[in-house]
Design a protein around this ligand. Structure first.
Ligand code: HEC
Length: 145
């Protein structure tokens, strides 16, 4: 090999190594920025305390004239165990408030769900309950085993 060829080969192989390294670094950086899947069960802390507090304010403003908080406890959640938070959330948002169904924002319904989970003794965590149907449909209503 001539000196010139040797230099070319050296530059070429270094370029390959540097770009491979760059790809790995970019790959790691990209996978870190992807959203986390979040909890898949109400036993894992599927809402935050702050979110439940917001839900409580919606309850006081919109729902309390027909339901006292105790209404949401016990029996209601028990009958939804094994179902998804999404299913219960759709049921509530499609039928409540009774005189104006679906009149709240998706975020407000999610906050109400968080409040209802809190009232029922489900643990809070550090991820808010999402407001999108698809994401809510991945969270199962269940107690810690
Ligand atoms: C105008 C009165 C009224 C308002 C306001 C109202 N509700 Fe209701 N709600 C009802 C009635 C009536 C029922 C049916 C009761 C029954 O069949 O036991 C009901 C039932 C429910 C149920 C039980 C559903 C089930 O499948 O068991 C939930 C949960 C609920 N309401 C949540 C809410 C929430 C949250 C709000 C506030 C956004 C709200 N409601 C506002 C009248 C109202």
């Amino acid at each position: 090999m001539s000196n010139r060829t040797k230099i070319m080969v050296k530059i070429f192989s270094r370029t390959i190594r540097v770009s491979a390294g760059l790809f790995i670094v970019l790959g790691i950086a990209f996978s870190r920025t992807l959203p986390e899947d979040g909890p898949s069960s109400t036993a894992e802390g599927a809402y935050t305390e702050a979110q439940a507090k917001r839900g409580e304010r919606v309850q006081r403003r919109v729902c309390v004239r027909c339901h006292i908080p105790a209404y949401y406890k016990g029996g209601l959640l028990d009958s939804w165990t094994g179902n998804t938070v999404g299913a219960l959330n759709s049921q509530i948002s499609n039928t409540m408030p009774e005189d104006r169904p679906s009149s709240l924002k998706p975020q407000q319904y999610a906050d109400l769900m968080a409040y209802i989970l809190m009232l029922n003794g489900f643990p809070a965590g550090d991820t808010e309950l999402p407001s999108e149907d698809a994401a809510l449909a991945r969270i199962i209503i269940e107690r810690k085993k």
